[in-house]
Every structure is written in structure tokens, then in C-alpha cells.
Design a binder for this molecule. Structure first.
Ligand code: DX5
Ligand code: ZN
Length: 222
């Protein structure tokens, strides 16, 4: 099995001890910190923005951990520079929130970040047909965005497989990321379908963080 990147979603962390909790995940072997930004408009929930991410900056720098920013917000163009400045390595915007997606992707690249596009469960892969060669990452949502702890949508496995084919056919170097309801008991078949970056919130931060991360590693080991 290809090497999988585990992106720990701090949305599920204890915000009262955010840095310490995030550190536990990194110490246990999580690779990226996934930053879920929700505005209460694009999704029916409000989380946090760049100032909270900046609170994790020292930890990220110290450990060499990339910030993986997932913008679930309307008009993300307005905030790209703020997240780049706060240290984003990758900025992912939603296809559904971007009428001028090519322009937005160019703007992310101009800020020196890797560019990702996320698709809601009901959004067809075909919407990526033209932009695919310009992308560094495609985020296939495996729940409807807005909340942690939701049930994985089973049809996503086949969507990931078809996404892999689309990216190959379009000669895109983008990696596939999956997000929502991923746990050690379903991660293997998602990775086998072509996902290379796995986001996990509850399955990392609920309970024993070190044991949780180890369970992910074992589930995706050869
Ligand atoms: C959902 C967010 C996810 C969320 C995943 O809208 O994009 O990143 O934190 O949480 P779990 O892993 O608990 O489903
Ligand atoms: Zn996310």
C-alpha cells in the first residue's frame, strides 16, 4: 500500500488545550494538521479562522508540520492571503463556493501555497475536468461538510476510484484527500481506491490519541 499521509483535524481537538492536544497527535505520528474553517453560511456551523490557526504556528514550525487548510466558506478569495500569511502549506477551497475556480487556484499558487479543490458528496467529479491539471490536491468529501463525527458515506469509495481515473486521464499530479467519517475500520479500502491523504478528527482525538494514530498506521500497513 502506498504511504498514506494522516492529516489530524483539530476541529475534534479540545480547544481548551488545543496546542497540547494537537501535539499529542503529532508525537504519535500524524503528518499534517487539518484546519477546518467554517463560516456559518457555506456550511451550517461556525468553527474558527486564521487567528486560531496562528495559535498553532509555533507547534507547526517546531515540528515541521504542514498546515492543511480546508475553507468551508463563501467567497474564499477574500481570505486566501490571511491563511497564507498564517502559514498554510495547502489551501483547499470548495468547488461549490467558487464561480471563478481557475482564478482562485491561480491566486492560491501566487501566494506560494499548494492548491486544493473540495467536492461535496453530491458534486460530480466532472466539475474538475478542466481544472484538474492545475491542482495539487483534490478533496473528496466523504460526509456533508459542517460537522465532525458524522457517518462515512459509503458511495465515496467508488467516487475516489473514479477520481483517480479522472486525474490520471487528465495527467494531473494532484493527490486525493478524503475527509469525514474516516476511521481505522474503513481507511484501508479508501486508500486502496486511490486516496493518499486521509483526514481524521474524532477517530484521532476521541480517547487515547497515541493508540488511535497507531490504529490508523496498522490499518494501512502492508
Ligand atoms: C467536516 C470537516 C472534517 C471533520 C472530520 O466538515 O471537513 O475535516 O473535521 O471529522 P471526522 O473525522 O470526525 O468525521
Ligand atoms: Zn475538513
Amino acid at each position: 500500500l502506498a504511504l498514506v499521509i494522516l492529516a489530524a483535524s483539530v476541529l475534534a481537538a479540545d480547544f481548551g488545550r488545543l496546542e497540547a492536544h494537537a501535539r499529542e497527535a503529532l508525537d504519535a505520528g500524524a503528518d499534517w494538521l487539518h484546519i477546518d474553517v467554517m463560516d456559518g453560511h457555506f456550511v451550517p456551523n461556525i468553527s474558527f479562522g486564521a487567528p486560531v490557526m496562528r495559535g498553532l504556528r509555533a507547534l507547526a514550525d517546531e515540528t515541521g508540520t504542514p498546515f492543511d487548510v480546508h475553507l468551508m466558506i463563501e467567497d474564499p478569495d477574500r481570505y486566501l492571503d490571511a491563511f497564507a500569511e498564517a502559514g498554510a502549506a495547502t489551501i483547499t477551497v470548495h468547488q461549490e463556493a467558487c464561480p471563478h475556480l481557475h482564478r482562485t487556484v491561480q491566486a492560491i499558487h501566487a501566494l506560494g501555497c499548494r492548491a486544493g479543490v473540495a467536492l461535496n458528496p453530491a458534486t460530480p467529479l466532472e466539475t474538475l475536468e478542466e481544472i484538474a491539471p492545475d491542482l495539487d490536491l483534490v478533496l473528496v468529501m466523504t460526509v456533508n461538510p459542517g460537522f465532525g463525527g458524522q457517518a462515512f458515506i459509503e458511495g465515496s469509495v467508488d467516487k475516489v476510484r473514479r477520481c483517480r481515473h479522472l486525474l490520471d486521464r487528465r495527467r494531473s499530479r494532484a493527490v486525493i484527500e478524503v475527509d469525514g467519517g474516516i476511521a481505522p475500520d474503513n481507511v484501508r479500502r479508501i486508500v486502496e481506491a486511490g486516496a493518499e491523504v486521509v483526514v481524521a478528527g474524532s477517530a484521532v482525538f476521541r480517547g487515547d490519541v497515541a493508540a488511535n494514530v497507531t490504529a490508523f498506521r496498522q490499518a494501512t500497513a502492508l
